[in-house]
Write a protein that binds this ligand. Structure first.
Ligand code: S3P
Length: 203
């Protein structure tokens, strides 16, 4: 899965060599025993995640559900009463708790991987799969739902475009990026199971 670019290392600047060594060290520290689904709201993490968990005989956990059951409050209430930074702190706490899991499919909130601590923690124990869809498709899927505070905006379609563009660099750091637009939930799930088996059998 990790291809060496084949650079002649001795010709690289010291800082680049140091970074490459650090990246290799982090990769060799990985122990893939879980599967994490990341991606924007409305890309299907919950429905796909449940199917993948069923196929792999894994547990299924959702970071938003963990926050809700841990606090006894809804995500909307946390955003409204305490603000987004408080929600992000709860998200990070939950991600740290997940580091001890095995055989678990973890569906994450759409903004969770924009925090590098969360991303690095997930990558240490999980294959990170990102579900992707265009802003138009996302809008089509979420427009009749009201439980997402970040989409309570005068122009939710513009908000989706803006947030997706800002998050794209984070999402693209996933191990696997899957476009969900032309595939059914079942097909997406099958692809992910396949990728997970490939990633874990070559180790
Ligand atoms: C958020 C996505 C939501 C939830 C919260 C914030 C985001 O999760 O965590 O409303 O920042 O994109 P889903 O992606 O499961 O809708």
């Amino acid at each position: 899965m990790y291809e060496d670019e084949g650079d002649d290392e001795e010709d690289l600047p010291l800082e680049t060599r140091r970074l490459k060594l650090e990246t290799r060290r982090m990769q060799s520290d990985r122990r893939i025993v879980n599967l994490a689904l990341i991606g924007f709201m409305g890309t299907g993490k919950t429905s796909v995640g449940r199917l993948v968990a069923e196929s792999l005989h894994f547990d299924y956990l959702d970071t938003d559900e963990m926050i809700q059951s841990g606090t006894g409050r809804t995500i909307s209430d946390i955003f409204k009463t305490d603000g987004e930074p408080a929600f992000r702190a709860l998200e990070e706490k939950v991600v740290m708790e997940l580091a001890g899991r095995t055989k678990t499919v973890i569906a994450t909130g759409g903004g969770l991987p924009t925090n590098p601590n969360n991303f690095n923690s997930l990558k240490a124990h999980a294959l990170v799969v990102c579900l992707w869809a265009s802003p138009e498709k996302i809008w089509e899927r979420v427009k009749n739902q009201s439980h997402r505070p970040l989409l309570h905006d005068a122009d939710p379609q513009a908000k989706i475009r803006e947030m997706l563009a800002a998050r794209e660099p984070f999402y693209k750091q996933a191990d696997v990026l899957l476009n969900t637009e032309l595939r059914s939930v079942r097909e997406v799930a099958q692809q992910i199971v396949h990728q997970f088996r490939l990633a874990t059998s070559s180790r």
